[in-house]
Design a protein around this ligand. Structure first.
Ligand code: NAD
Ligand code: IPM
Ligand code: MN
Length: 352
């Protein structure tokens, strides 16, 4: 069989550091399971933007199209405005490749202290299913009258029946294989036009999954419940912006944004899916060798699962569990003193 081809975009800041880490772990697990994976690296980043005027070449999307998966670190660096780096790479990839599901698992691992005293290890285990290509992140709108007293900004939210249907179906099907409980994040108490529509479509789709319990929670109340009672959740389905906010909140509940993974999926498998940690390029700690590599490594495990290697993915998750359980291999964000390289060494040893 021909090797599966992975496009690697390390990006900026700690994106580069955690991608090196993920690659080392992937090499170790590939050895163990005799997986044939090949990698090509792309220097698409803010550095490239500063030198060549663009995050990626004009045919960047076409270049990525034939790959089986994309592994991304993070992009963003002072000197290039965030809207330029994000609209120049991350968002076009998610959209061009119809990666309409952003899957973000959340667990409180053994050895990791949640800032919540009632969130004991093992007690929190849910997945945020974030709509990833429409909703509040729309291209419709703009800034007008720049510099004048009547300056204003407008952005339309776009919710389509097809878009809400497919994300709801994904969430219900996922819950059916877990604890059969979906929470839909909404804000339909009369203020917005979009979310009552979201609710209607989610309710219609729910009817097709009678074995899955579900309810809708207003986003403000849901944020509070996520802190007060994170154990109750199984699958949370949310719009693009709500899902973005909930996933960082959830990551904090689970101990650190440094361990949170994500899979940007095209479930139809027409296009390559993309795997990246939830966190960004963290300029404040970049270059120190201090970044927690677990979010990127767990994302790599999600990639292995997507590529049809569930046993290898499970081994990577087991290695993560073992390394987090050991105080000697916890990074600063988790209250430890280990650097990135020490964690990678431990992960590779576990897989050896
Ligand atoms: P961030 O996630 O980069 O950092 C937030 C905080 O968390 C920082 O204090 C950072 O030190 C800490 N942190 C993040 N990841 C960590 C890790 N692995 N280990 C230890 N600590 C970690 O978010 P930000 O500061 O809002 O954004 C910085 C840049 O990253 C911006 O340019 C932003 O646009 C970009 N960004 C990119 C992506 C992406 O490419 N997917 C995602 C989010 C943010
Ligand atoms: C994420 C990030 C991105 C998002 C930003 C950087 C555009 O925060 O992947 O969660 O909001 O989708
Ligand atoms: Mn985010």
């Amino acid at each position: 069989m021909a090797p599966q081809r992975i496009a690697v975009i390390p990006g900026d800041g700690i994106g580069v550091e955690v991608t090196v880490a993920a690659r080392a772990v992937l090499d170790a697990v590939a050895d163990r399971h005799r997986l044939e994976l090949s990698y090509e690296e792309f220097d698409w980043s803010c550095r490239r933007h500063m030198e060549q005027g663009a995050m990626m070449p004009p045919d960047g999307i076409a270049v990525l199209r034939p790959y089986d998966a994309i592994l991304l670190g993070a992009v963003g660096w002072p000197g290039v405005p965030d809207h330029v780096s994000l609209w120049g790479l991350l968002i076009p990839i998610r959209r061009a490749f119809r990666q309409y599901v952003n899957l973000r698992p959340v667990r409180v691992f053994d050895g990791v202290a949640s800032p919540l005293r009632h969130a004991a290890p093992g007690s929190v285990d849910f997945v945020v299913v974030r709509e990833n290509v429409e909703g509040e992140y729309s291209e419709i709108g703009g800034r007008m009258n720049r510099g004048f007293p009547d300056e204003f900004a407008v952005q339309e939210s776009v919710f389509t029946r097809a878009g809400v249907t497919r994300i709801a179906d994904h969430a219900f099907a996922l819950a059916a294989g877990r604890r059969s409980y979906v929470t839909s994040a909404t804000k339909s108490n009369g203020i917005m036009h979009t979310l009552p529509f979201w609710d209607e479509v989610v309710a219609e789709r729910a009817a097709r999954f009678p074995e899955v319990r579900w309810d809708a929670e207003h986003i403000d109340a849901l944020a509070a419940k996520l802190v007060l009672d994170p154990q109750r959740f199984d699958v949370i389905v949310a719009s693009n912006l709500f899902g973005d906010i909930l996933s960082d909140l959830a990551a904090a509940v689970a101990g650190s944004i440094g361990i949170a993974p994500s899979a940007n999926l095209d479930p139809t498998r027409t296009y390559p899916s993309m795997f990246e940690p939830v966190h960004g390029s963290a300029p404040d700690i970049a270059g120190q060798g201090a970044a927690n590599p677990v979010g990127a490594v767990w994302s790599a495990a999600l990639m292995l699962e997507h590529l049809g290697h569930p046993a290898a993915a499970a081994d990577v998750v087991a290695a993560i569990e073992a390394s987090l359980a050991d105080p000697a291999t916890r990074t600063r964000d988790l209250g430890g003193t280990a650097g990135t390289a020490a964690v990678v060494g431990a992960l590779v040893d576990h897989l050896g």
